[in-house]
Design a protein around this ligand. Structure first.
Ligand SMILES: [Zn+2]
Ligand SMILES: [Zn+2]
Ligand SMILES: [Zn+2]
Length: 107
């Protein structure tokens, strides 16, 4: 079952109106909604509460979706992925760690 990705102008590979480079192909499942969003700005545009970050103890959760192969990675796998999908080897934007970094509270 392919999870739904919410967001503004989300394309087939989870790019959105905010981040649309060829490498912006991941979606993040946000803790507060338990739903995938293309990015935190999409979340904030579509709901009326602020985003609740995952804590460092929750990195075993599958909360990152590769928009290319649709596999779900744990937060730990994503953080250790060196900006490549461990399943299909698609390149992730290294800057996602910055703009998504805020989705994962640092220890
Ligand atoms: Zn939310
Ligand atoms: Zn967005
Ligand atoms: Zn992949």
């Amino acid at each position: 079952m392919v999870p739904e990705v919410r967001g503004i102008c989300v394309d087939a590979e989870a790019r959105c109106a905010h981040y649309d480079s060829p490498f912006d192909v991941i979606a993040i499942k946000v803790k507060c909604c338990r739903t995938y969003f293309a990015c935190k700005d999409c979340h904030n545009a579509l709901v009326d509460h602020s985003l609740e970050p995952w804590s460092a103890e929750e990195r075993a959760h599958r909360a990152v979706l590769c928009g290319v192969c649709r596999s779900e990675l744990t937060i730990a796998e994503y953080l250790e992925s060196s900006s490549h999908c461990p399943t299909c080897n698609a390149s992730f934007n290294p800057r996602c760690r910055e703009h998504h970094g805020y989705d994962f509270a640092d220890a």
